[in-house]
Ligand binder design. Structure first.
Ligand code: DCP
Ligand code: MG
Length: 405
């Protein structure tokens, strides 16, 4: 379905869900400079400031032509989401082709270390600032702290067989129940997520081309079909927004039988993950959750869908005798939640955040990956397609490739 033409020239709209945001925009250089400042505020725990930058970047991402001093004056100075400080920085960029503070930030030791630390799976801004406060600056510092043997050649990443060897000491699955469910040592799991992330960093840093994303999906679905025929799935995340390379693979899974799906889906996440683990396709389970209410409480993610956050490795093939570890997220939704789950996990983060805000502030509804409800009487909508979700929310259709806000 083509994207509604109106959203292409709607850069002044308040919500990101009213605007088309391509993967690469005419003002990409400016967006990148401001993203450095946004990232810096995130790393420093200043989430309000980060969000303000994110909103400004959102406007720029949907502005359809190159911003000049003239178009800046006529179109952008009146927008409430572009504050005085941000405007000064945009003008700097128009004049000089860079933003002074962004360049200074990039060059700062603190920004460099915090970015490096948070690029490791399991380390967020808070932990990164703690490590920095303890005097650590490099990956080698973290390896010493966690007693991880360094790469045999300090100039190069560990070869895949060495990575596998080092990881052996860091497994958290201690066995399986008679039903085939993995038994995890949760205490050890939270202790080990950072060291596992450190050892895997070099491999997980390698972006995944689209063809390999699809290959991984095919392998997962093949195992799923064996366990449970009739499932449906969509690759979501950056892949669905058209990114040529992804950092991880996100797949939303449900069942084609709307009625029976209610009984089929619960527990399937654990069964599939166990099967993949047994076959050596999943090498690490970073997180495994169920529908249970008590899980939803301590859930760091924003929805209560059953999900497995895993480390995955394709079996070697003729063309690819050496495979590296990849991150794969498997998200399971009941049939009635499928399309909201697909939309929520397609992102971008900002798009999905404004979807929730739009639903709440403009429509009196609650949107999340689990579903769409009317606030005043809790009436639940049961959309049967992705388009229907947009219709119910009174929004023009926006193709996933235009949700890169
Ligand atoms: N998501 C979200 N909030 C979270 C986690 C995820 O809104 N806390 C949604 C938006 C993301 C999507 O899920 O776009 C997938 O998350 P990823 O972290 O995998 O991000 P992307 O897939 O967009 O990019 P990439 O994986 O290539 O880095
Ligand atoms: Mg992703």
């Amino acid at each position: 379905k083509p994207t509604n033409a109106a959203v292409f020239n709607n850069w002044g709209a308040k919500y990101a869900v009213q605007r088309a945001s391509p993967l690469v925009c005419p003002n990409q250089g400016l967006a990148n400079e401001l993203s450095i400042l946004c990232r810096d505020r995130e790393l420093e725990g200043l989430s309000k400031n980060a969000l303000a930058y994110e909103r400004a970047i959102g406007i720029i991402k949907s502005y359809p032509k190159v911003i000049t001093s003239d178009t800046f004056k006529s179109d952008l100075t009146k927008l409430p989401s572009l504050g005085a400080k941000t405007q000064t920085k945009i003008l700097e960029y128009i004049d000089q082709g860079h933003v002074n503070e962004a360049q200074a930030t990039l060059a700062s030791e603190r920004y460099q270390s915090l970015s490096l630390f948070t690029s490791i799976y399991g380390i967020g801004p808070t932990k990164a600032r703690q490590f920095y406060g303890m005097g650590m600056r490099t990956i080698a510092d973290l390896e010493r702290y966690y007693d991880i043997p360094p790469s045999p050649d300090p100039e190069r990443p560990r070869p895949p067989e060495v990575v596998t060897e080092v990881l052996k000491g860091l497994d958290v699955v201690s066995g399986f129940t008679p039903n085939g469910k993995p038994i995890r040592d949760e205490g050890r799991a939270s202790e080990l997520s950072v060291p596992v992330g450190i050892v895997l960093k070099d491999e997980l840093d390698v972006r995944i081309p689209r063809a390999e994303v699809e290959e991984m999906r095919d392998v997962v679905l093949h195992e799923l079909e064996e366990l449970q025929p009739g499932c449906v799935s969509t690759i979501v995340g950056g892949y669905r927004r058209g990114k040529p390379m992804s950092n991880d693979v996100d797949i939303v899974i449900s069942h084609s039988d709307y009625t029976k799906g209610k009984d089929i889906i619960p527990g399937l996440c654990k069964r599939l993950t166990a099967q993949l683990y047994r076959k050596g396709l999943v090498t690490h389970i970073m997180h495994l959750s169920g529908f249970h209410a008590h899980n939803a409480l301590r859930e760091e993610h924003w929805d209560s869908l059953e999900k497995a956050l895993t480390v995955f490795k394709l079996p070697p093939s003729e063309n690819n005798p050496v495979r590296i570890h990849r991150r794969v997220d498997l998200i399971f939704a009941l049939p009635e939640s499928y399309w909201t789950a697909v939309i929520g996990w397609s992102g971008s983060k900002m798009f999905q955040r404004d979807l929730r805000l739009w639903a709440k502030q403009e429509k009196g509804m609650k949107f999340d990956s689990v579903g769409l409800t009317r606030r005043h009487d809790s009436k639940r909508f049961l959309p049967k397609t992705e388009e229907e979700v947009f219709q119910i929310l009174g929004l023009p259709w926006i193709d996933p490739t235009m949700r890169n806000v």
